[in-house]
Design a protein around this ligand. Sequence first.
Ligand SMILES: [Zn+2]
Length: 488
Amino acid sequence: MSERKNELFIYNSLSGQKEKFVPIHKNFVGLYVCGPTVYSNVHLGNCRTFMSFDLVYRYLLHLGYKVRYVRNITDVGHLESDGDTGEDKIAKRARLEQLEPMEIVQEYTIDFHDVLNEFNNLPPSIEPTATGHIIEQIEMIKEIISNGYAYEVNGSVYFDVLKFNEKFPYGELSGRKIEDLISGSRDLDGQEEKRNSLDFALWKNASSEHIMKWPSPWGIGFPGWHLECSAMSTKYLGDHFDIHGGGMDLKFPHHECEIAQGCASTGKSPVNYWMHGNMLTLNGRKMSKSTGNSILPKEMFAGTNDQLEKAYSPSVVRFFTMQAHYRSTLDFTSEALNASEKGFERLMDAVSLLPKLNSSESSSIDVQALIATFYTAMNDDFNAPILVANLFDAVKFINSVNDGKATVSASDLSLLTKEIQAFVFNVLGLKLSEKIEESKLEPVMDLVLELRQQARANKDWTTSDQIRDGLANAGITVKDGKDGSVWR
Ligand SMILES: [Zn+2]
């Protein structure tokens, strides 16, 4: 396995090229991914990003790396506008719902964890919160001020982008030129405290009605959103670490500002490889809550959204997202999901066949070469769709052996079984179909519903209700119709 470690290439957003992955410390990887701002239910587009980086994490583990995966929770400081204006998203939600901000944070952090768990994402090694790292953020601001790249005005601290740009290039990650940024920027309307409209807040002075605030050397206030990630990644991964990931929409200004803050406090660029995941669209359009073109994961698992024909299991949705490369956009439609569901079942059927296959003297194909294609795909910037295509070559072979049209040697069979199980379950993170579980339940449910039907015929409502309520407690709902009862 060790030589395969040396063949991994990652597309680095900073250089715009695929680069050979060389970790800073041999056999160890530091990975930071921007987590959610927990003020609403996590939507499918966010889930795709987190599944993409779950795949990255899982493959690095499969290659034998010891990975420290840090993914934060933003629970303060993320304002409605990128221009340091507007309300704090969490404080706003708390005001509208008349709750404590931390009640909002708790509710949506739990939702986030539940949904990612349904998708079989591995939890990160560390999940720091911004409110738990106010001291670290204040320390970093002090460093940036003492290095001359930030200034204080009326209890707020701003990053001086033009000063920074004299020594370090600003805009490198997003491919923006400082001159274009300056000419394209708005005037300082409402932000007169800033020397230049490109400057961004490291610390904001809090007004008296603001509820989420802390004491600092500059007065009572709260940290800027970009600073949180810099402080937390530095604390747990050091000032220079391997991989930083996030959604494409975070490249500018969020990640650009993270690079600037890192350089300004330590003198060096914080990250070697920047990775960005692409968007998920719904029926060809951007997902958006305000236009109604959006689906919550829970609605999809239950089949209660009008935009979908039926319910889809988390594993089918996960498999569907793995059929597009993480840097490509992916369009979510019932048609595409139905196709994925069929493919998923075909793959799982073949995986279940593996232990039942008979081995022969020799193999009719080069099994080692087939397995090598799994690694080639993933080593090429985590190319999951190619991996899936290669796994289907293996499915064809497994089915042929099962039909007696191909042969496999005992040693090849054990190797193939080990590698396919590793790639399907550990790397792609798929789970055996819930459908298979459901098929086991079906005869039992037929019997239970028949007994309930008899009770109803005898007007024994106590027994009939007892059965229905007992099933409800087990998560099974029964609907009575004129043609009998159906369950889900
Ligand atoms: Zn971030």
